[in-house]
Design a protein around this ligand. Structure first.
Ligand code: GDP
Ligand code: MN
Length: 339
């Protein structure tokens, strides 16, 4: 691989918090709820009063999904809470901020919650699932949707695959009205809601392109009894190769949820993900690294990490990679595989 190609090797996968993703969506005309972001219980209470809404929803801001069904180390159940009484917001926030939230997608000990979203809650009459992904097998973007949204889309995909709808987009031609309409219909939006949903889908697609996303996931993509289509949740991932032209977005990443070792690895353009086993994996190429992790699992072992050196790696990076791995107290064995 040439030096130049090596320069463009992705460093890491950027993920933003829900509030940051929703800000991008709101700025681009996508329908989200009014919200504030706070980091103390006192601010949460003030924000709830300022919103002056019939009902408030409090949401823990961590990158993992499944927050609704999560549990805090304070004992509080649920990373998403609805209340009609703004006074309760302060009490709830006290049991959320500073505690770890454990969900299906976090490590067992959970992830510390530093920020809460305080939003105007809306009634939801129906929850659907909508996402846009950059799909290698389709050579471009794909819309994915299901009328059965809300929590546990993975279960829908496993038990009722016929309820998952896809729409492949030709990146040169862009999204067609007919495709947005068909997706809205497949999601079960009826009457005027169909046009509204199609409109949101098109706006989300334009945003997806504009910000160089690899994934925009909205679950639930819901409707209210008053006849509004609203993005109730938001998860956006970005293409790290686009960092040079998406500086504002990449500047939003505070690395707060990365393990220190992940941030250290990123400094040297290494992709490191910590896992809970004891076998260090030192591999070049993400595909080979994944296959290596699989082989270790299949043979009853557990990887301590996933370290992708990437193509075109230089000597100094290899040195740093060895340093990182040997400094990890979990590591008792190493597997080095270089293609
Ligand atoms: P996740 O569990 O991390 O995916 O968090 P979500 O933002 O998707 O929230 C979980 C669930 O809380 C949603 O599926 C909704 O059922 C519910 N929820 C979230 N926001 C609202 C809201 O404004 N109003 C109502 N009624 N329910 C909400
Ligand atoms: Mn969700």
């Amino acid at each position: 691989m040439s030096i130049q190609a090596a320069h463009f090797t992705p460093r890491r996968w950027l993920n933003l918090q829900e509030y940051q993703s929703k800000k991008l969506m709101a700025d681009n005309g996508v329908k989200v709820q009014r919200f504030f972001v706070v980091d103390t219980a006192k601010e949460a209470l003030e924000a709830a009063k300022k919103l002056n809404a019939k009902e408030i929803v409090l949401k823990a801001q961590i990158l993992a999904g499944g927050r609704g069904k999560g549990v805090f180390s304070s004992g509080l159940k649920g990373g998403v809470h609805l209340t009609k009484d703004p006074k309760v917001v302060g009490q709830l926030a006290k049991q959320m901020i500073g505690y770890n939230l454990t969900t299906k997608q976090t490590p067992k000990e959970g992830v510390k919650v530093n920020k809460l979203m305080v939003a105007e809650a809306l009634n939801i009459s129906r929850e659907t699932y909508f996402a846009i992904l950059m799909d290698r097998s389709c050579n471009g973007p794909v819309l994915v949707g299901s009328p059965q949204g809300g929590m546990d889309i993975e279960e829908v995909a496993a038990s009722s695959p016929e309820l998952i709808f896809k729409e492949q987009i030709d990146i040169m031609e862009g999204i067609k009205d007919s495709q947005a309409q068909r997706m809205a219909e497949n999601l079960g939006f009826l009457g005027p809601l169909k046009n509204q949903a199609a409109d949101e889908i098109k706006k989300l697609y334009h945003l997806f392109l504009k910000i160089d996303a690899t994934q925009v996931e909205v679950n639930p993509f819901g409707e209210t009894p008053e006849g509004q289509v609203v993005c109730f949740d938001a998860k956006i991932n970005f293409d790290d190769n686009a960092e040079f032209r998406q500086k504002d977005i990449f500047a939003m990443d505070d690395g707060s949820e990365n393990e220190p070792i992940e941030n250290e690895a990123a400094k040297y353009d290494l992709k490191y993900i910590g896992l809970d086993g004891n076998i260090a994996c030192f591999v070049n190429g993400a595909g080979l690294a994944m296959a290596t992790c699989d082989i270790i699992f299949l043979n009853g072992g557990k990887p301590a990490n996933f370290l992708d050196l990437g193509g075109g790696v230089q000597e100094a990076q290899v040195y740093q990679a060895f340093k990182l791995l040997t400094a990890d107290p979990k590591v008792t064995l190493s597997w080095v595989e270089v293609a």
